[in-house]
Design a protein around this ligand. Sequence first.
Ligand code: 6R9
Length: 569
Amino acid sequence: MNMQRIETMTGNYNLENYEEMYKNFNWEEVKKEFSWYDSGKVNIAYETIDRHADNPDKADQTALIYTAPDREEKLTFSELKQKSNQFANVLKKHEIEKGDRVFLFMPRSPEFYMSFLGILKVGAIAGPLFEAFMEQAVRDRLEDSEAKMLITTPELLNRVPVNELPNLEKIVLVGDTNSSDHIDFYKEMEQASKSFDIEWVDLEDGMLLHYTSGSTGKPKGVYHVHNAMLQHYQTAKWVLDLQKDDVYWCTADPGWVTGTSYGIFGPWLNGVTNVIVGGRFSPENWYKTLQDYKVSVWYSAPTAFRKLMSAGEDAVKPFDISNLRHVLSVGEPLNPEVIAWGMDAFKLRIHDTWWMTETGAQLICNYPALDMKPGSMGKPFPGITASIIDNEGNELPPNQMGNLAIKAPWPSMMRAIWKRPEKYESYFLNGWYVSGDSAYKDEEGYFWFQGRLDDVINTSGERVGPFEVESKLIEHEAVAEAGVIGKPDPERGEIIKAFITLNDGYNKSDELLEDIRQFVKKGLSAHAAPREIEVADKIPKTRSGKIMRRLLKSWELGLPTGDTSTLEE
Ligand code: 6R9
């Protein structure tokens, strides 16, 4: 197979001629697809669910298929409308109002989606959290957002420091509970009316806060508004290529932006049946899901594809996955060898897409009707101007590496970093949004990812800030100082490696290092716990006291150390 270029495969795609459309496209045209174009009344939850529920041709179509080892459930658009209305009524009863932050901390389940949509229907701002988060991670996010309500399960409640969060007035528990202090989800849902008057909001009103990591400071709240629907809708149509009879599966958790933009909005704005899988990953489960639900469009991540790849071709053979017609990837570089494996295993191309929590939706993509160059992220979505710029904000010619930047704004762009205007401003230069990724563009306009320019770690597609891990490490009684880096790993992309120095009286031992690892795992989350910990004599720092992670990385990889003039004595 020619791995330099894989030509487009035959099919009837929503976007037939990318180049043509790129020249002519205008976001204004997309607005006409929505009811608010005439009515002036906007709510993304209405466009996502109710619009289809109110359409006799679509009302009884399955919107959500939930499958987990112990549970299977299907909801039509009409049922999902009613359930989210009921939850919106529960929220109203408990005085949740427009603009309030309501967080969700629970596993994927039908209740998650009812709640999430209910939050949007009252005009409040939803904050989804990974179920894997431990106390510190939960606290940081609820504290910063000043969340008024949390929806969680009785099992997860013990990771919520309820008494230390003065703004957190109410807790909804989903599951068996005898608690009289908290709101019982099932009981209140039963009593709630199935009709609800949606809170109509402005396109620029907030709807979603996703916390994500940078290289410094605590995780930041990336703030998204209802207007993002324009891009969720259009990218799901042209990049995911969603069509009327598709069954779509996005493997991402809604704690990650992919799990909201393309696990909720993209598919449902396009009225497509959406498969949601709970429980743990195993190659057999995944192939069985593709087979049993006749999944036709599948959006996943390199780390998952690499796991399937290492399970071997025999793992896929027992399953009939012939309904699959379009496969996509996001979150980390998609290795050409994974694409080659996909051509073998599925007889399909895996389409890489590039975007970020801050960008709200896909920006640089491979399209079904466009030739693919394996290793390239593809070309900018119509209506998006992408470029490579230098540190002064000047555009660079083809094949020169620099900052991957996007002309601001675009419909789904974040509108703020919660309570940190200066942080928000720091993303922009000369009218460009600067991504923090380095890349180059070739003569044909394909973009090629090169790496992160900051110290953010990407492990199994999860974005982890070294500062958060370092802060946790030094809370351990044995740890004096810590520096954390991403170390290249064939399956996970990167793993987290920590360098630490020990306090007096502590000696290095396997038990101690394991204890430290567990400490981070229990405090933050499993994916933030360092896989490797190395005891060092000293952590290199600049004269101003900043940890020189770049130097740690060079040591680790045996590379030249470069400029060390700012290294402290
Ligand atoms: C949606 C999402 C964003 C960072 C981004 C980049 C990396 C994402 C990628 C990719 C290479 C791709 N990234 N997609 N790197 N190729 N196709 O991933 O959001 O969690 O905020 O991560 O992930 O470094 O800057 P988020």
